[in-house]
Design a protein around this ligand. Sequence first.
Ligand SMILES: O=C(O)CCC(=O)C(=O)O
Ligand SMILES: [Fe+2]
Length: 245
Amino acid sequence: NVTCSSDYKNYPIFDGCTPKTNCRRCVKDGLVSQEEIVSLMRLLQNGMKHGGSSGGASILDLHTGALSKGQQFINIYKSLESTELSETFPNSDMQVYRKVKNKILAAIANEFGLDPKKLHLTNPTFFSRMTTTPAKTQHDEYWHYHIDKIQYGSFDYTSLLYLADYGSDFKGGQFVFDKTTNNNEEVVIEPRNGRVSFFTSGSENPHHVQKVVEGVRYAVTISFTCDPSKAITDPLDWTVFRSLL
Ligand SMILES: O=C(O)CCC(=O)C(=O)O
Ligand SMILES: [Fe+2]
């Protein structure tokens, strides 16, 4: 448990959801199965084939279609044909993505004693790939100290799902909760395949990612808000998506 910051007061408050006196950090293993990890890695790798940053950090956002490419971002939903899209992101894997998101939402609601209906997915929610390639733009500089609520605004609860193992798939790249005025100790989270870490998004939980010094680090940032006006929807099935074109 950590003492909640007052960051949340600068935003609309949603009773029974907005962190007030119950701020925490939590790590859970075993929530996501190896089979589910395989599906998520397929989505990530298939998507990255069509892009990838020229620097060390690439993202793929399945909600907006944003994909790092070179020094910029493209919208993969606009740049691929609909048949290519359904091959790149099979519906069965997209279903796993939605299911895993719902499991994490349920775990957060349970941990914080919230009604899961009050918690909504928000932007940005994205896959990340971090490598040792030197940064070319600011977007590649993933290692900076930050506070999610300040950086992203809508976030109230941040979750991170790791898709690679620290120590074997990559070296460096540990997640660090930095010291605060109330908390004089750094806490390091070791990324592990299938490990889910979640925490309240305010200044009580400042953090950074150490630079990756070897190998490739894969993760998903899955973000939640209490503000229904900041909610985003799940990516659609391609059969539905295509019928809308
Ligand atoms: O990948 C991680 O461990 C942390 C990423 C992060 O801090 C963020 O997306 O805001
Ligand atoms: Fe963060």
